[in-house]
Design a protein around this ligand. Sequence first.
Ligand code: F6R
Length: 610
Amino acid sequence: MCGIVGYIGDKKAPPLLIDALKKLEYRGYDSSGVGIVVPGDGNIVLRKAHGKIQNLQNLLRSKPFPDSSLGISHTRWATHGVPNKVNAHPHRDCTGKILIVHNGIIENYESLKAALQKKGHKFVSDTDTEVIAHLIESHYKKDLLAAVQKTIKQLKGAFALGVICSDHPDTLIAARIGSPLIIGLGKNENFIASDVPAILEHTRKVIYLKDGQMAKLSKDNVEVFTFAGKSVKPKIDKVTFSLDAVQKQGYAHFMLKEMHEQSDVLKQMVQKRIKGNTFHLEELSTLDKELKNITNIIIVACGTAYHAGLVGKYVIEALSGIPVTVDVSSEFRYRNPIVGKKTLVMAVSQSGETADTLAAIKEAKAKGAKIVSICNVIGSSIARESDGVLYTHAGPEIGVASTKAYTAQLCMFYLIAAKLGVVRGVVAKKDIDNVIQALKHIPALYKKMLKTKNAIARVARSNAHFGCFLFLGRNVNYPSAMEGALKLKEISYIPAEGYAAGEMKHGPIALIDEYRAVVCIAPESDTYEKMISNIQEIRSRKGKVIAIATEGDEAIKKHATHVLYVPKTHKLLTPLLVALPLQLIAYYISVKRGCDVDQPRNLAKSVTVE
Ligand code: F6R
């Protein structure tokens, strides 16, 4: 949610800042801007544009930047103030000397703004961010770091900041609390960025700035401090994923690439975790005693990760007998949830930065619960806040619609459920082993399913004109129906609802007519016959049915309008397999309708504000 880049070094800052910013465009794409300090005359030059970064690039062709080796850039997902050029970052103070970029929300900005206005500060934007520039100005007495430090003490909320000042052409200041920020360490150059892909082309050495830390960067030095000004020796990490991981590599979209990557992501998870008849989740071994004694599990997550959590509930209950509830993070945190010392709270988050999920686990921790998280981004805030972290290692997910992170989360839930099953011992070991052994075959089945993508594309395109979709599933595939609907609506803007098929008669059936398409998830299961009855009810009301069924199920053809097949697997694992056709249906419909697959309107990849 908003992307920040800052550069100080020997190279030309403007093109570098734009290139790096493009790698963060998934974080927000309402408007963008770059500000630089011109060496020599010490002037600040600012360029901003409404809309995508391409618009800023177009502007720079007619109004190029002078040379500079210090600058900051920002791509915005609007919170306060409509997306336009004035509200785009960077923002500056009254003197025009101080420039800032910000990711997050300043909760007390209205009172700060009123006080600053009383003192004569002139505001030009509707953003919360602009107060930061004016506050720094009000504290500035030639020491930029000290002015930022004093400013931070007055701010409430979440922020990652980049600050430059024309009096200091050799200094870039960074600070963070609640919003991610990394420092990239180069040779005669240093960077700040919201995420690693922005700087990967230049360096792999990074410092993950922690909450409550700030930094002063010059081209050949980086000093890290606490907000109180205490010097900190930062840990330098080495990024291991390749540049290819953040490039499209010939695919039309990141989403398509990431769907294809799923077989490798799952393969690597399965190979790492399952050796012969045993499986490994060492990260949880320190919690063995707690896991034996927990009375219940609460899973908290948002969006697609929430759907993964819902599948997790079915699987954990089936294999371990431990009662599980799943809560949308934003609901959990505001409803005084009943969390005991024997409750295990699990957070699921690709980014590890989702503000509501982070707040939910802080709330649960305060109530004495142990926290285990499933995260994709290493060192993310949710991971750091947890007692145990299970990384999915799915690699960077750039497409805004989550695909490979979702299936990796599902895979992790099967492993966790098996682990809990073994620890609790209420389900026969052989039943747990059957799931684990079947999980080993899933990566190969993914490869096989990807070969059928053209058939899925044909079905998707021939249904792309429908104005409304219903997705129905039962039992462990009820969450699959919700996920299928979410994928479709977010990237094609077609209204879509995911329902438990048994609920169809309690309302959604009123939607059915010849203008509706219904995706019925009907793999082999204990409720298969019930799904067939649902399909017949839809067909007799002229609804079109796209059925997702198990290979070899010829009978379903006489009921459904189209049938897409997934290979046979253990019935608990079917959500892993049906995920792919559901993702592909959404993808091909989105492409057919000319939508922006990777950057759907109004969305951003990492939701770091409430
Ligand atoms: C949908 C999607 C979102 C995220 C949600 C949580 O395709 O990507 O619904 O799943 O914003 O994000 P994370 O997993 O980063 O906490």
